[in-house]
Design a protein around this ligand. Structure first.
Ligand code: AMP
Ligand code: MG
Length: 359
């Protein structure tokens, strides 16, 4: 289905032109797809209340129907358009963290089509913080279902260019609002079980959630697995948790330990692979630069180790730049798990399929 002309329309990320938003909203109302920026990553949007429109998301991404979508709203009171039996804690969290990168799992309302929820009795919902996303949802007059605007299993897009390289010819319109500021997807918090549990760490930190919800359960650690089944028949609880979900198209490895250990083992691995004639790409911190400057590896620096916001914002772009540069392998350093670090580690584990040094 690469038969469509894809238009990329620049839009001011702070004060979006109402005429551009109106055009995009008109497309959404007529069951078409629109890609738009959010503060986390770019979203591939459809009117969440029109099942026919939402179907097109799965076709464009090559995403299995077992993987449910997040419904995006522009006002916390619109929670009632998508969810039912909303617990008090959900209102409190919405009040504290919205607009922002927190997705709540709640009992699904009666008007949400099954294609959005993958047939589950629950629905994922969030209110994004990006002015373009908010304006678009309001102009459409309906919640917008939107997963990340990448091909299924690929790295999430944080620029319109990333979207174009995955979805050119598959969507009619991409609103280009520049780079996403958070750069990793939202935190998904399940409020439907006995204990509120993080299903996916993301742009809202565990520490911040604990201030409002001390009982919140951290995401469960998963044993690294190189291959995972994707069962079309059975919706997974949080399919974004698959380890290979965010993979770049070349093999990647994650280096753990103290900074000194990481530099030593990574440099040795760069040299070993280069001696075999391999082209090596490395994803490192600013502080690592001196070690690798002369190594011959292709270098992408993410920022300083104590600035997880900057690292998160550059992470997906770094993976894409390296994979497009023609390297045969990507070596990534690991970071502290504090704050956004938990989400960064999760995405690095997914990008590397859990292939960790030292094993
Ligand atoms: P994406 O926007 O591409 O990160 O995909 C949305 C993710 O939200 C899915 O992969 C799921 O992990 C999660 N999700 C959506 N709906 C539900 C739900 N009802 N229960 C649990 N997780 C969900
Ligand atoms: Mg995704």
């Amino acid at each position: 289905m690469n038969d469509m002309q894809t238009e990329v329309l620049p839009v001011d990320p702070i004060h979006p032109d109402p005429a551009i938003i109106a055009r995009a909203a008109e497309l959404l109302r007529s069951e078409q797809l629109v890609v738009f920026p959010t503060e986390t990553v770019y979203g591939l949007g459809a009117d969440a209340l029109q099942a026919h429109a939402v179907e097109k998301i799965f076709a464009a991404k090559g995403r299995p129907h077992s993987d449910p979508l997040i419904a995006h709203i522009a006002d916390e009171h619109d929670l009632e358009k998508v969810a039912s039996n909303i617990p008090t804690i959900a209102w409190k969290l919405a009040h504290t963290f919205w607009p922002g990168p927190l997705t709540l799992i709640l009992p699904a309302g009666p008007h949400i089509p099954h294609v959005v929820t993958a047939g589950l009795a629950t629905v994922a919902v969030r209110m994004p913080r990006h002015p373009v996303a908010l304006a678009l949802i309001r102009a459409t007059g309906s919640p917008i279902a939107a997963p990340s605007a990448n091909r299924f299993m690929h790295v999430s897009p944080t620029t319109a260019q990333h979207v174009l390289s995955d979805l050119s010819g598959r969507v009619p319109l991409i609103l280009d609002g520049g780079s996403c500021t958070v750069g990793v997807e939202s935190t998904i918090l399940d409020l439907c079980g006995d204990i509120p549990t993080i299903l996916r760490p993301g742009g809202t930190s565990l520490e911040a959630l604990r201030t409002q919800l001390p009982t919140v359960q951290a995401p469960t650690r998963r044993a690294p697995q190189h291959k995972e089944r994707h069962d079309e028949q059975q919706a997974l609880k949080a399919p974004g948790q698959m380890l290979i979900h965010y993979s770049p198209s070349v093999p990647a490895f994650l280096f753990e330990g103290t900074s000194e250990m990481i530099r030593a083992t990574m440099l040795a691995e760069v040299q070993r692979r280069q001696a075999q004639g391999e082209r090596v790409g490395i994803l490192i911190a600013d502080e690592d630069l001196a070690t690798f400057q002369e190594s011959g590896a292709l270098i992408y620096t993410l920022g300083r180790t104590n600035e997880p916001e900057q690292i998160a914002a550059r992470l997906f772009a770094g993976l894409r730049v390296l994979e497009e540069s023609g390297v045969q392998v990507i070596l990534c350093r690991s970071f502290s798990e504090q704050g956004l670090g938990l989400a960064i580690r999760d995405r690095l584990l997914k990008a590397t399929g859990g292939k960790v040094f030292p094993a």
